[in-house]
Design a protein around this ligand. Sequence first.
Ligand code: PRE
Length: 116
Amino acid sequence: MSGTTGAPAAEGAAAGHARIDELRGSIDVLDRQIVRLLAERTGVVMELTEHKRDEQTVRSPGRVEQVIEKVRRLADEQGMPPGIAEATYRTLIKELTDLQMVRLAERRAAAAEGAR
Ligand SMILES: O=C(O)C(=O)C[C@]1(C(=O)O)C=C[C@H](O)C=C1
């Protein structure tokens, strides 16, 4: 390690670029896994949505805070800054809540149509 950068002291520019490419390859593999898991999680949330009947249950603020607390703890256990996990999950849950509100409105409209 040299200084505070973490780069090997005698590393040349070419080796540095090769290592960046290699590490970006690792990031690409991880992103594929992360998105696959996020898609699977989204599928579970969308199935759960079909059992919700009102906006309060869609928003479930108490559950949101439970999830945030859980992912902050898990991040800490894995050596990742908890704030990154929290920001990521708050964005994810906001998008999923918006999707759930759209789905709830669709179901209500279909039910109202069926009642006519
Ligand atoms: O637990 C729920 O009720 C969900 O809809 C899942 C989820 C989540 O992504 O974890 C999404 C939206 C909020 O309502 C709360 C949590």
